[in-house]
Design a protein around this ligand. Structure first.
Ligand code: BGC
Length: 378
């Protein structure tokens, strides 16, 4: 009996030693060990614009996947569409000792102050997807070819319009986002000759009509059009604007219509508004981002196309750029983008047009999303 009690006491003592980290009295406990294969902290902080749009959740997920595979851990913060919160996020990361900041600004100009604060602290600044404007303090720009995105959207509309006099409804992104101008520029390059030759007739922007004979628009001219057709990247703004446009339009401005919608979230909102108008017999609507909800809309015939911007590529380019800077090197450059102050080095990535005819191949067979995320896929 004594033996049994003694064994139990020994087990208890041993267990408590193990739980206490086996430290002798007065000795500091051992630091927790990183799990095997964990390369530990990468001196990089990531700031993304908002959790309210699936696009940026995609980026967060893809960053997490890529980083855990590479064995790095970094902090990802969201700014919720608020430049003040964004600045605070950057300051938090600087105070934690990051050496590289990867930031997708909510507002390109407002983010200049954050970029400058980072540079002043010796941090390299990588502008992610959206360009930070009006400052020298941007070291690199990781991006897709945004002019090509707009061109792909417009080309899709052109490719599906035979004959002439088709009603065209234009929508754009937020004026605070430099990409909104690049997308619109790319679309205008392709649409304008088809407006000039009568294939399309613009129905929802007097400013665009006033400029329709100009093959190339200045930024100010695009700004005037955006002022009338911006969605502000907001689903509700998009829905309300589409409804207002449909209310103002006469029956002859409807029938089979062509809609340039700037991204997937706004495309779904705009498509829903057009779908319930009984005078609209058919609509073609563009998008971008290959958000899951829009892939499903494409399968269901409710959205015509999206532009796949493979976020895995963008994330991998951002990580490569960060690692290059940490190693004292410079990332690969094929292009520059002027941000009103400097030409920022970049290596833009290609994009892919996706519609019902290639959705399975481009989205599922490519491994971008599993088939089980969708219904009705053929
Ligand atoms: C991005 C798009 C996104 C949009 C709205 C743009 O800057 O390039 O992918 O849909 O912002 O968040």
């Amino acid at each position: 009996m004594k033996k049994i009690i003694w064994s139990l006491v020994s087990i208890l003592i041993l267990t408590s030693l193990v739980l206490a980290g086996c430290t002798a009295p007065g000795e500091a406990p051992a630091a927790p060990q990183a799990p095997a294969g964990d390369g530990g902290e990468l001196a990089v902080g990531i700031v993304l614009p908002t959790k309210d749009e699936p696009r940026w959740i995609q980026d967060e997920t893809r960053f997490k996947d890529a980083l855990s595979e590479a064995g790095y851990s970094v902090e990802i913060l969201f700014s919720q569409g608020d430049p003040a919160k964004e600045k605070q996020n950057v300051e938090t990361l600087i105070s934690k000792g990051i050496k590289v900041l990867v930031i997708c600004p909510h507002d390109g100009t407002a983010a200049a102050a954050s970029a400058e604060a980072a540079r002043a602290a010796g941090v390299k600044v990588v502008s992610y997807d959206r360009l930070i404007l009006d400052t020298e303090a941007v070291d690199y720009y990781v991006t897709f070819d945004s002019v090509a995105v707009g061109a792909a959207q417009a080309q899709y509309l052109v490719d599906h319009a035979t004959g002439s006099g088709h009603p065209l409804y234009l929508y754009a992104g937020a004026s605070s986002d430099n990409n909104a101008f690049l997308f619109f520029e790319g679309a205008w390059n392709v649409l304008q000759p088809k407006i000039a030759d009568g294939t399309f007739v613009i129905k929802n922007s007097a400013e665009a009509v006033a400029l329709q004979d100009k093959a190339t628009l200045t930024r100010d001219e695009m700004g005037k059009i955006l002022g009338q057709v911006t969605t502000n990247w907001d689903f509700n703004v998009a829905k309300n604007l589409a409804e207002a446009n449909l209310t103002a339009a006469a029956a002859e401005d409807k029938g089979e219509v062509f809609i340039l919608a700037p991204n997937d979230g706004t495309a779904r909102a705009i498509a829903d508004a057009f779908a319930v108008d009984t005078a609209v017999t058919k609509y073609w609507v563009t998008g971008q981002d290959a958000e899951k909800a829009s892939v499903q809309y494409i399968i269901d015939g409710k959205q015509s196309m999206t532009v796949l911007k493979d976020v895995r590529t963008l994330v991998s380019d951002a990580i490569k750029a960060a690692v290059a800077f940490l190693d004292g090197k410079v990332p690969e450059q094929t292009h520059t983008y002027n941000n009103n102050v400097v030409d920022v080095p970049a290596k833009p990535s290609a994009v892919v047009t996706v519609d019902a005819t290639n959705v399975k191949e481009a989205i599922v067979d490519s491994g971008y999303y599993p088939a089980s995320d969708f219904t009705g896929l053929k």
